[in-house]
Design a protein around this ligand. Structure first.
Ligand code: BGC
Length: 720
C-alpha cells in the first residue's frame, strides 16, 4: 500500500510542481514510492530520481494504477532535503485520440508519494506541500512540450484530489527508458529552406539539444517521419503537433519529459545548432532482447531491422499501432497480428501481462472486447482478429514462454468473449457486429473506391477466427483441468466447423470465396476438408502467381499467408512472395528507403509520394509479423513443447537469402538454428540448450531426437 494523499493544485495547470522540505538522518537505505494521475518525475535535492520516463505508464487507471519504487539512498543527505514532484497530464487527463478527448480518466492530475528512510516515513504527500508552476510550461503526449528555463514559476495552491487507492498495484512491466542515443546522420537544408536533421532511423522518442554559452532565445523543434520532395512533411501526423519549444539563456542540455514523437527527421527553428549538439533519444519499454536473425541478403537484413525498430517504436508502455499521429493506441488487432514475432524479438512477458490485465479490465459486462486497450474509444464488439486478441495473445505467450498464468488469468475473459460472439450468431454462424475485415488488404480487384476492409467476406473471417478461439479455449480448459469446459468447447468447435463448411465449401469441395486471404485461412485453420486440401493449396498457389507474387492480403490474411503456402507444398512460392521487391511487398518498402514497417503496402506510392489517405503511418508493426515465419520455417527455430522446453529444428533453405542464422534466448536457454550454402552443399547447424531435447527435422528426412549440444549436418543442396 502507498501512504500519502493525492495532491494536485487548485488552479488550471497543465504541469505543476509539488515540493517538500524535510530532515533526514544518515540513512542506510532510502526508498521513494510514488505514482500519479498523469505523468511525473521526482527530484531529490535537484537530482532526477531514476531513469524512467512517462511513469506510471498507461493503464486503465480507474481499474489499475502502477506504483513505482526507487532506491534513493544515494540522493539523500543528512540534514535538510528537498523532494520535488513534477506532474503533467499525460494519458490521464491530456488529449487522446483523433477526437481530442480530454479528461478521459479524470479532470485533474495529481500525485501520491512517500519517502522512507531506514524504515521510517520522512516525507509523505499532503496539502501542506508547496506548489508552483514548472519550467515545463506545457506538455502533451501528441502535441509536444514547451519549456521555459527563464520563466518565473508562480506559486500555486495545493489541494487534495479524490481517487480510489484500492486500484494501486506494484509496477508490472519494465519502465520506458532511453535505450539508445542516435547522432545526426545528415543536416539538410530543404528546397523550402527548412533546417532539418536526419537521424537515419524512424524511432519513438525525443530529441536532446545543447545550446551554447551566450545563446538567448526560443528554439522550436518539429518532428516528421518522411521528407516529401525533399521537404519536411507532417500531414500524416494529422492533428498531433509534435512540437517542442525551449526558451533558454546560456548553455543548457534540453529534452522533453512528458511527451514522445515518432520521427526520423527534426526541423529546427530559432537556432542553427551544429549536428554535434543534437541527439535523438530512443525511448520505449525497456524489454530484454531475446531474438536475432541474420542472412546474407542485405535488403532482407534491412527488413529484419525494420521489424525490430517497429517493435521498439511501438512498445511504449503498451503495444501501440503507431508512435507519431494522434492515435498511438493499443489496437488489439495489431498486437494480435504481431505478438509471436514480438515474442521472438524481445521478452514481452511483462508488458503484455500488464496489457492483458487491462484487456480484462476493459472487457464489457457482456464479454465484448475493446478495439483499443486501454479503452479510450468506448468501441467494444466481437470483431475478427481485434477481439480474438483475448484468446490468441495469451495462447501465443503460453506457447512462447510455457507460463500457464497467461492462460489461467485470462480464461474467464475468454469464456465471456465466446459467449458474446454467440450473441452475434444467426443459425450457428456469426453474422452480426462490427468488423474491420481484412484491414488494408489490396484485393479490391474490381476497382471499387478504396475500401480499407478488403474484399474477403467479413463474417467468413470472424467465423474462422472464432473456430480458432474455440480451439484455444478447449486447449486452455484441458491445461487448466477444466474437463467439462474442454468438452463443451470441443463440441462447439465441431459444430461451428460443420456450419462454416456448409456455408463456404461447395458440395464438390471448393472454397466458395476466391481471395488469397480466404484461401489462406481455409488452409491454415483447417476449414478445407483434408480430401480437398491439395486442390485448395494449388488454387492458392495459382492465385498468388496471378498476382505476380505480390502481397494483397491485409491485417488478417498476412500473418498466415506464408504458412499456408509453405505448409501445403508451396514453400518456393512463399519465398518468392517474401523476397519480392515489387509493389506491393515487404522488400518494396525496403527499396523505397523504409527504416520501419509501414501501415499500408502503399504508404509511399511508387513515384515516391505519400499515400494521400489521412491514415498513413510509416511505423506500424502489423505486417512485420512475417518474421515469425522466418524464425520458424526458414531458420527452423521452433518450439516443440510450450516455452521451448522441447525444441524442433526444421530448417528449410530459402533461395535468395544465402546463410540464415536465428538465435533465441528461450526461458530454458539460448537456441541457435540456421544453415549455410557452400559448394553445392548445405550445412545445417543448431545449438540446443543443456537439459532440453530437440527434434531435428532436416528437409525430406525422417526426424530424429537429440539432447542439448551443438550440431551440424552437411547435405546436398536442395536448390537446383
Ligand atoms: C489503426 C490501426 C487499427 C485500425 C483499426 C487504425 O487507425 O492505426 O492499425 O487496427 O485503425 O481498423
Amino acid at each position: 500500500m502507498l501512504n500519502g494523499k493525492w495532491i494536485g493544485v487548485k488552479e488550471e495547470a497543465n504541469v505543476f510542481v509539488l515540493e517538500k522540505k524535510f530532515f533526514a538522518g544518515k540513512a542506510q537505505t532510502a526508498t521513494l514510492r510514488a505514482t500519479a494521475l498523469g505523468v511525473y518525475f521526482a527530484r531529490i535535492n535537484g537530482m532526477r530520481v531514476g531513469d524512467a520516463y512517462l511513469a506510471p505508464g498507461w493503464t486503465s487507471y480507474n481499474k489499475m494504477l502502477q506504483v513505482q519504487t526507487y532506491d534513493v539512498t544515494e540522493l539523500l543527505r543528512e540534514g535538510e532535503n528537498v523532494l520535488q514532484l513534477t506532474v503533467g497530464e499525460g494519458w490521464y487527463c491530456g488529449g487522446l485520440t483523433w477526437q481530442g478527448k480530454k479528461g478521459l480518466y479524470g479532470k485533474k492530475s495529481a500525485v501520491c508519494a512517500e519517502l522512507i528512510a531506514d524504515g521510517e516515513t520522512v516525507a509523505v504527500t499532503d496539502e501542506n506541500w508547496q506548489a508552483k508552476e514548472s519550467f515545463i510550461r506545457f506538455s502533451s503526449i501528441y502535441d509536444g512540450e514547451t519549456q521555459d528555463l527563464t520563466a518565473d514559476c508562480a506559486r500555486l495552491t495545493p489541494c487534495e484530489v479524490e481517487f480510489d487507492k484500492t486500484v494501486l498495484t506494484e509496477q508490472i512491466c519494465q519502465p520506458v527508458r532511453t535505450t539508445e542515443r542516435l547522432s545526426v546522420r545528415e543536416v539538410i537544408r530543404t528546397p523550402k529552406g527548412e533546417l532539418v536533421y536526419d537521424f537515419g532511423q524512424n524511432i519513438a522518442g525525443v530529441a536532446e539539444i545543447k545550446t551554447p554559452e551566450g545563446f538567448a532565445g526560443t528554439i522550436t523543434l518539429q518532428f516528421a517521419e518522411i521528407l516529401v520532395k525533399g521537404n519536411f512533411y507532417t500531414e500524416n501526423l494529422r492533428s498531433a503537433k509534435a512540437t517542442d519549444r525551449f526558451t533558454v539563456q546560456g548553455a543548457h542540455t534540453l529534452s522533453p519529459e512528458f511527451t514522445f514523437h515518432g520521427f526520423r527527421y527534426m526541423k529546427m527553428e530559432g537556432a542553427e545548432l551544429p549536428a554535434a549538439s543534437v541527439t535523438a533519444l530512443v525511448r520505449h519499454t525497456d524489454m530484454p532482447r531475446t531474438g536475432k536473425l541474420e542472412t546474407d541478403n542485405a535488403r532482407f537484413n534491412r527488413l529484419i531491422e525494420n521489424v525490430v525498430w517497429g517493435q521498439r517504436g511501438n512498445f511504449v508502455d503498451i503495444p501501440t499501432d503507431c508512435p507519431q499521429r494522434d492515435e498511438r493506441l493499443g489496437w488489439t488487432g495489431d498486437i494480435n497480428a504481431f505478438c509471436r514475432t514480438a515474442a521472438y524479438q524481445y521478452d514481452v512477458r511483462r508488458i503484455l501481462k500488464k496489457w492483458l490485465a487491462d484487456v480484462r479490465n476493459d472487457q464489457s459486462e457482456t464479454g465484448k472486447i475493446p478495439h483499443v486497450v486501454p479503452d479510450v474509444l468506448g468501441w467494444k464488439d466481437t470483431d475478427a482478429m481485434w477481439c480474438d486478441a483475448v484468446t490468441m495473445v495469451p495462447w501465443t505467450l503460453y506457447e512462447m514462454y510455457g507460463d500457464l498464468s497467461f492462460l489461467s488469468e485470462n480464461f474467464s475473459a475468454m469464456k465471456k468473449f465466446i459467449a458474446a460472439r454467440e450473441q452475434a450468431m444467426v443459425g450457428g454462424l456469426v453474422a452480426k457486429g462490427h468488423e474491420y475485415g481484412d484491414w488494408l488488404a489490396l484485393d479490391r480487384e474490381i476497382l471499387m473506391k478504396e475500401d480499407p476492409v478488403g474484399r474477403t467476406d467479413v463474417y467468413y473471417l470472424t467465423n474462422v477466427l472464432h473456430l480458432n478461439t474455440l480451439h484455444i479455449a478447449e486447449n486452455t480448459a484441458k491445461l487448466l483441468g477444466e474437463k467439462e469446459s474442454a468438452k463443451e468447447y470441443a463440441a462447439k468447435r465441431r459444430e461451428l466447423l460443420k456450419k462454416i463448411r456448409a456455408e463456404y465449401i461447395t458440395p464438390n469441395g471448393r472454397l466458395a470465396l476466391d481471395t488469397v486471404t480466404a484461401q489462406v485461412l481455409a488452409l491454415h485453420f483447417g476449414i478445407i476438408p483434408e480430401a480437398h486440401r491439395a486442390g485448395l493449396a494449388a488454387a492458392l498457389d495459382q492465385n498468388v502467381k496471378k498476382h505476380d507474387f505480390h502481397v494483397t492480403t491485409g491485417f488478417i490474411g498476412t500473418p498466415f499467408l506464408l504458412y499456408a503456402l509453405a505448409d501445403n507444398g508451396y514453400f518456393e512460392t512463399a519465398c518468392r512472395v517474401l523476397l519480392n521487391g515489387d509493389y506491393p511487398g515487404w522488400l518494396y518498402e525496403v527499396d523505397m528507403g523504409a527504416t520501419t514497417v509501414w501501415e499500408r503496402w502503399n504508404s509511399l506510392l511508387p513515384d515516391g509520394t505519400p499515400n494521400p489517405d489521412g491514415m498513413n503511418s510509416y511505423n506500424h508493426y502489423a505486417y512485420g509479423s512475417v518474421l515469425e515465419f522466418v524464425y520458424r520455417r526458414i531458420a527452423g527455430l521452433e518450439a516443440k513443447a510450450p516455452g521451448f522446453k522441447q525444441v524442433k529444428y526444421a530448417p528449410h533453405p530459402c533461395e535468395g537469402l544465402g546463410r540464415v542464422r536465428a538465435e533465441y534466448d528461450s526461458v530454458y536457454g539460448k537456441i541457435v538454428a540456421g544453415y549455410q550454402q557452400k559448394d553445392g552443399k548445405t550445412l545445417y547447424f543448431a545449438e540446443i540448450p543443456q537439459g532440453v531435447t530437440a527434434q531435428i527435422a532436416l528437409p525430406n528426412e525422417r526426424p530424429f531426437a537429440v539432447k542439448g549440444g551443438k550440431y551440424a549436418y552437411e547435405r546436398p543442396s536442395l536448390q537446383k
